[in-house]
Design a protein around this ligand. Structure first.
Ligand code: F6P
Length: 490
């Protein structure tokens, strides 16, 4: 058991790699703070000020590290200043280049993955980084506190934390998909086992859909085998589903629940925010770029390999090829915001997105019509403006835990928007009935879906949009967060 540096009082703790606030070091030496949005931020605000909470996160860059050194910070946020080399190995090397790739099935398997000595070295950093979180949580948590650990960055934390503080109630939530067992088993056996055992250190494991939860259950059964325990209940069916840990050793009589919490869009916030002045301004600018009387196909993504932006552009190109009637009558507004630019493969992908967009414009564009309007500078107000204007939203990831864009667009759409949605996005479980569902690898199929979306009768589009907005806001972030907390007991 770890002795806390001060009397620990927090009753609710959240742990995630990226925290609710980040700091930039300005040229004059001052620190500028920026507060992030997202489900956890608004979820945590739902627990009320009478419950003491702590959010443990990593210092991500020089600004964050400087803030830790200077003791600058927000109440209730504890940033961990992890050695930059260890952090980079854990975050860039293991979390983003291996675990993300496995769960999103992104490897080009004739050449990748390569689990060599370099990977083993990075894995040791991943362990150290997880240990830093577990120790900080152990030090901050009050008696029998509830701890919500987030995502693949911190898969080992539940197990580590349980050995430090057996009194805590621990949940782990996966925001990503979970790979089928045969894909997951590409990981070296000892690593696969360590990951699963780490997560099973929790009392409760949450996923965004039953598809991912079931795949996890299958990985546990396939990789750990019957000796370590067994699943009780049927994923997606009635009643409780839990892993009964094996009868030998210290894990005897412990149970880990499997649960699904499908995060939804924050309808109230979006409806309000989408009508503020800066969004109206961006709408005017976009209308100008699109041109009078034209249809709009919108996509908004981080430039993330799993988002399938290039195939989306190729599908649009195929649409212009096979349906020349749309030329000069439609514009593809594509927002592809920078992500994980420390990784070469992400930088190359970003370039490829720009190259394909430019090529479409050079082949098809004519004076007065630019077929693709690509923006790479992150701007939330402009994203909302595009959501409002969209006739068709294209959400075609090769694999995605949920995809909130699919849920957000229908909420703020001004006059109804057809949703072209990948069958590999978690959101399809809730939106599939009213979306036009596509196989994300199928370029011609996606082009046909874009055509169907553009051609959909106005009335049908409006009806579908209404139903999509209801389904997409069924579990707003606050309820999603409280659901996980309640799952750990009152
Ligand atoms: O999808 C899982 C997730 O953790 C998201 O919550 C988040 O958007 C992303 O992955 C992490 O991104 P980053 O590497 O930029 O922190």
């Amino acid at each position: 058991m770890v002795t806390a540096h001060a009397a620990p009082r927090a009753q609710v703790l959240v742990a995630s790699n990226r925290g609710p606030v980040s700091y930039a070091l300005k040229e004059d030496g001052s620190l500028e703070s920026k507060r992030g949005g997202g489900g956890l931020v608004s979820g945590l605000s739902a627990i009320g000020s009478d419950v003491e909470s702590v959010w443990v996160c990593a210092a991500l860059g020089e600004g964050d590290r400087e803030a830790v050194r200077r003791g600058v910070g927000e109440t209730g946020v504890r940033m961990l200043d992890i050695d930059p080399a260890v952090f980079s190995d854990a975050y860039n090397g293991v979390a983003n280049s291996v675990l993300w790739f496995v769960q999103h099935m992104l490897y080009q398997t004739p050449l990748e993955p390569v689990f060599d000595a370099e990977f083993r070295r990075q894995w040791a950093s991943y362990e150290a980084y997880n240990r830093a979180f577990a120790e900080a949580l152990a030090a901050e948590a009050g008696d029998a506190a509830r701890v919500l650990v987030q995502d693949y960055h911190l898969a080992l934390v539940p197990g580590m934390l349980r050995s430090l503080r057996p009194d805590l109630r621990i949940a782990h939530f996966s925001h990503t998909p979970w790979a089928p067992v045969d894909y997951f088993r590409m990981l070296p056996d000892d690593i696969a086992r360590q990951l699963l055992r780490g997560m099973l250190g929790a009392d409760r494991l949450g996923f965004l859909t039953w598809r991912w939860a079931s795949a996890f259950a299958e990985s546990v059964a396939g990789v750990l085998g019957a000796d370590e325990g067994e699943w009780v209940g049927s994923p997606g069916g009635e009643g409780r589903v839990f892993f009964r840990h094996g009868v030998s050793g210290e894990r005897a009589a412990r149970e880990t629940d499997l649960a699904v919490h499908p995060l939804g869009a924050d309808g109230d916030f979006l409806r309000r925010r989408a009508h503020e002045a800066d969004v109206e301004e961006r709408m005017a600018a976009l209308r100008e770029q699109i041109g009078e009387g034209r249809r709009t196909i919108v996509r908004v993504d981080r430039t993330e390999l799993s988002k399938n932006i290039v195939r989306g552009l190729l599908a649009y190109r195929h649409l212009l090829d096979t349906h020349p009637e749309w030329r000069e009558r439609v514009v593809h507004v594509a927002f592809a915001y920078p992500s994980r630019q420390d990784l070469a493969v992400y930088r190359e992908y970003t370039e490829e997105v720009g190259r394909v967009a430019a090529e479409i414009n050079s082949v098809y564009g004519v004076p007065g019509w630019t077929p693709v309007v690509l923006h790479v500078q992150d701007d939330f107000a402009r994203s909302l403006a595009a959501y409002r204007l969209a006739d068709v939203a294209l959400v075609n990831p090769v694999r995605d835990g949920m995809n909130l864009v699919a849920k957000e667009v229908p909420v703020v759409s001004d006059s109804g928007c057809a949703l072209v949605l990948s069958r590999e996005a978690g959101a399809v479980a809730e939106l599939g009935d009213d979306a036009i569902v596509v196989n994300p690898y199928d370029i011609t199929g996606t082009a046909a879906a874009l055509h169907a979306g553009l051609s959909m009768a106005e009335e049908e589009r409006a009806e579908r949009t209404k139903r999509l907005a209801v389904a997409g806001t069924a579990v707003p972030p606050r309820r999603w967060f409280l659901g996980q907390l309640e799952g750990l007991g009152g």
